[in-house]
Design a protein around this ligand. Structure first.
Ligand SMILES: [Zn+2]
Length: 559
């Protein structure tokens, strides 16, 4: 790649004109130019391949969503070509189409944030069928029965060994916690209301689950922090719960290191007693995050469109079903977790939806350090990932925000903090919130940058950053980020001007934890499997051979 304007924040490169060489899938110092394929990136913007820390693209709930919504299929479909397979779906595209669409936007790594351990095999089958990108999954562990039992006994070490076994069995990457304790309570038709509520039958509270798993995470030295969807998500006044959750692991953080990732923060930043008085709690959340070093977060930015909400937070989805009267799936995953799916339309003229739209952007702009907040839509919950170019434009351009503000609900507009915020992210900062920061938070050492030895995943966008004032010409940014001029995956040009020109697999990454004293699989453990699960212990694990291209990320645990 020659003569591109390079934005590589992890290496401090801010728009310098550079050449970048790749060989055997990695960034190298130099190559023999006579033998190499040269990409002329003169007058173009070059970034590492995009990284998405939170996007529901595979597994039980995604597939149930597809089944629930045939209307989502005929709205949007892609025909097969000589190189690509056909596919359908707008908010919940089929597997191949998902891979192609990410690739067209210059994304090369995506993290599937919600995998029921029991449904890990299905999840990996779908990830095997998602081409063009590297991927990984976070198993849902915050309400798993054995986890709750060990934590209730304060037996952190045994819990850690057990979770190392689960990471291997599910080929998982990070610990996902959704509405801790609330999903177990939902099995009995209840929920938990605050961090100190008792979880039925387990003698444990959400606070103890979060703190316990945070300790487990550091014992196991997993690459990412715990990845948490807060209690009370999607409810008025829940910003207090979000603040309390971040505070509860404050003293567990190693110096200047994150200890918790609070995901799709927009959904956890509501203030006000009810929907009528609901307003933004973004200022309070941003203030807390600005003053602390142990939290990272992502936006969960609302897009005004028709989409499909899906989460392991069964009780929340039940409430959403109650609010909308739309069709609904409720799923109880045996002893492990729950799930719910409800189609949803975010409307500009709805007061609540417009406030939510504003909250996501307020968070991204009020949190000063871009290494702490990343761009997501919690795909497809707040909108499909294909809307990312729109969000980039809002972040880059006050003018783009003003144009959208004009069209939203008037009361929401009058209360929005956005008119008082002048900040416009630079391209360097965009590169942080869309790839470098996400890779860093995930502990993906070879991704999100273009230094020597990094994976040769590169996105080239067709605009000249010196000549284009993106703050004014935000539509140019939107177009460019929608269809990358080139996407390079592992050193190969896989897409050009938004067309897939080569189909590649991508690897599935998982945390391969090495323990000094591995968990013993006792007869009692197997017996309980027989008693409580619908599958036998022997049929539970996903083997590395079950992954099309397995990439274990080796970690040495402290237990
Ligand atoms: Zn999510």
């Amino acid at each position: 790649m020659k003569n591109g304007y390079v934005y590589d924040p992890l290496n401090g490169i801010n728009g310098q004109i550079m050449d970048i060489a790749a060989k055997d899938g990695k960034i190298v110092d130099r190559v023999d130019e006579h033998k190499a394929r040269i990409v002329d990136a003169s007058g173009m913007t070059v970034m590492p391949g995009g990284v998405d820390i939170h996007t529901h693209i595979a597994g039980g709930e995604v597939n149930s969503g597809r089944l629930l919504r045939p209307e989502d299929h005929f709205k949007d479909y892609e025909s097969r070509t000589l190189l690509t397979r056909s596919g359908v779906g707008r908010s919940i595209p089929s597997t191949f189409t998902t891979g192609y669409r990410y690739c067209r936007m210059g994304y090369t790594t995506v993290m599937n944030p919600s995998m029921s351990p029991l449904e890990a095999k299905h999840t990996h089958e779908e990830l095997n069928d998602t081409p063009m990108v590297d991927k990984a999954s976070y198993p849902l562990l915050g309400d798993w029965w054995f986890v709750l039992e060990y934590l209730a006994q304060d037996n952190i070490e045994e819990c850690a060994r057990h979770i190392a076994w689960l990471m291997d069995s599910t080929k998982g990457y990070a610990i996902k916690i959704v509405n801790p304790g609330g999903l177990e309570a939902w099995g009995f038709g209840h929920n938990v209301k605050n961090l100190d509520d008792q979880v039925p039958h387990f003698c444990i509270t959400p606070r103890e689950i979060v703190r316990g798993l945070c300790k487990v995470n550091s014992l196991l030295r997993l690459p990412h922090t715990i990845h948490l969807h807060t209690n009370n998500l999607g409810k008025p006044d829940n910003y207090l719960t979000a603040l309390e959750t971040m505070k509860c692991v404050e003293n567990l953080a190693a110096e200047n290191k994150p200890a918790i990732h609070v995901t799709h923060c927009q959904f956890s930043a509501f203030k006000g007693d009810d929907w009528r008085t609901m307003q933004s709690g973004a200022e309070e959340i941003a203030k807390y995050i600005n003053n602390h070093t142990h939290v990272t977060t992502d936006m969960g930015q609302i897009i005004f469109t028709d989409t499909t909400t899906m989460t392991a937070d069964g009780p929340f989805q039940y409430d959403l079903y109650g609010l909308t009267g739309n069709k609904w799936v409720n799923h109880d995953v045996e002893t492990e977790t729950s799930a719910g799916i409800v189609p949803f339309r975010y409307r500009r003229k709805s007061y609540v939806h417009a406030v939510q739209w504003s909250i996501g952007l307020e968070l991204a702009l009020l949190i000063k350090d871009p290494w702490k907040i990343f761009m997501t839509t919690d795909h497809p919950n707040a909108g499909p990932f294909t809307s990312y170019p729109k969000i980039i434009a809002w972040l880059l351009s006050r003018k783009a925000r003003e144009a959208s503000l004009k069209r939203i609900n008037a009361r929401a507009r009058s209360r929005s903090l956005l008119p008082s915020i002048d900040r416009e992210l630079s391209l360097y900062e965009i590169a942080i919130v869309t790839r470098a920061g996400q890779a860093k938070a995930l502990g993906l050492k070879n991704k999100g940058h273009l230094g020597l030895g990094a994976d040769a995943d590169i996105a080239i966008y067709n605009f000249n950053p010196e000549k284009t004032d993106l703050s004014r010409k935000y539509r140019t940014a939107r177009r460019a980020f929608k269809r990358a001029a080139y996407t390079i995956k592992s050193g190969e040009i896989v897409s050009q001007n938004g067309e897939i020109i080569k189909s590649v697999n991508g690897t599935t990454m998982w945390a391969d934890v090495e323990l000094s004293h591995p968990a013993e699989v006792t007869e009692d453990f197997k017996k309980r499997f027989r008693e409580y699960w619908t599958v036998e212990f022997e049929n539970y694990p996903v083997s590395a051979e079950g992954l099309k291209a397995s990439l274990p990320i080796r970690v040495e645990a402290k237990v």
